[in-house]
Design a protein around this ligand. Structure first.
Ligand code: UFG
Length: 367
């Protein structure tokens, strides 16, 4: 029988793409989100893409009383925990909010999971746990450090989970350290659409390409990199989503925990991303060179060998695919906002032919 999975942060950028990959892999998935950084519209899009009615609950993961009844209603085999805040600049401005969102919610979730005998989790971590890397590419055994409260929250999250695995029989965790997710689903129906600007490069470049803002601010042009701008390991969000499926498959089959880098193993500078986006969109991206941004590192890219060996992870889509799919999503979204019909080239294989209806199952909160 297919495993039942709770996916937190399910309407967010990573969560929505992971949902599609999990459903396509045959998992029964229940989505949880509080729409603090996503839109309810995503639920309709997920039905169109997968052809499967969406099971969704609106709740804040840190509210144990709200999520307990959801665990009581379904017999979950595992949780994929994507719900978190992730913006480095926001975490520097409001550290407490980050600890509440990333740590309090993880602890509440672990408590409720333990209470319902659910002991399998795929955890969204981040390359931010490597702080200022000592050498490149970065292997999983590299020392951990942080340059922002966000980074600290992810290190603490990993450590709570390691402790749980060591001290509680039966717990297994797949910790996935994402590098820089980019791009969108080939349907152009879902993509990166943060409610709050997280300061990430690709959505900001897209805004410049669309003419919403006049120029991109490039933070730092005096790093010790070939063109002086920061280098990151951009990885297509659909490759990342597949990594979650592979991690979960392995946890459920082998009952052994793992901590893995999800990246491509090579980096691109900010200026290289700008050029690739210009090529994909046909739009010019004007930019201004500004001083470095607090909390940023010069260069970061993964050693992905362990992820390939342990779960068979292999990122197949390149920077061009990321820019092209991001631009397709941005233009489709813009047409939608302007009231035009979206006619993506993608055709869902699922069963839903007519307009989808989202199933929002009400779960009574205990009084
Ligand atoms: N950048 C600019 N201008 C911008 C935004 C970004 O020049 O307006 C530059 C940054 O300085 C950096 C690069 O683009 O060199 C990438 O910046 P992002 O904000 O897109 O990504 P970060 O590497 O700072 O952070 C991302 C995620 C984090 C995660 C980290 C892991 O946002 O959640 O990758 O490496 F922790």
């Amino acid at each position: 029988m297919a495993a039942r999975v709770l996916l937190t942060g399910g309407t967010g950028y990573i969560g929505s793409h992971t949902y599609v990959a999990l459903v396509e892999a045959g998992y029964h998935v229940v989505l949880l989100d509080d729409f603090s950084n996503s839109s309810p519209d995503v639920l309709n899009q997920l039905e169109i893409i997968t052809g499967v009615p969406t099971r969704f609950h609106r709740a804040d993961v840190s509210d144990a009383n709200a999520i307990r009844p959801i665990f009581a209603a379904y017999d979950f085999d595992a949780v994929v925990h994507c719900a978190a805040r992730k913006s480095v600049p926001q975490s520097l401005a409001r550290p407490k909010m980050f600890f509440d969102a990333n740590i309090a919610s993880l602890l509440a979730l672990m408590r409720v999971m333990a209470g319902h005998g659910v002991k399998t989790m795929v955890y969204s971590s981040s390359a931010t746990v490597y702080g200022q890397p000592e050498s490149l590419p970065i292997p999983e055994h590299a020392p951990l450090s942080y340059t922002s409260p966000y980074g600290l929250s992810k290190i603490m999250g990993e450590q709570f989970l390691n402790q749980q695995v060591r001290t509680s029989a039966g717990w297994v965790v797949g910790t996935l350290r994402y590098f820089n997710p980019a791009g969108a689903h080939p349907s152009a129906l879902i993509g990166e659409a943060p409610v709050h600007d997280g300061g990430n490069l690709m959505p900001l470049i897209a805004k410049v390409a669309r003419g919403v803002v006049p120029a991109l601010d490039i933070y730092g042009h005096d790093y010790g990199t070939p063109d002086g701008t920061g280098i990151r390991d951009y990885v297509h969000v659909c490759d990342l989503a597949q990594g979650h499926v592979q991690s979960l498959d392995r946890l459920l089959r082998h009952r052994r925990s793992h901590t893995l880098n999800l990246g491509r193993g090579s980096g691109y500078s900010v200026l290289e991303v700008v050029k690739a986006y210009e090529a994909a969109s046909g739009c010019r991206i004007p930019y201004r060179l500004l001083p470095r941004r607090p909390g940023d590192v010069a260069a970061s890219f993964a050693d992905p060998t362990m992820a390939a060996r342990v779960i068979g992870f292999c990122a197949t889509r390149d920077l061009h695919d990321m820019c092209r799919s991001s631009w397709a999503w941005e233009t489709a979204r813009q047409s939608d906002l302007q009231g035009a019909l979206i006619s993506p080239p993608y055709r869902p294989l699922g069963l839903i032919a007519a307009a989808p209806s989202v199933i929002v199952t009400p779960i009574a909160r205990p009084s």
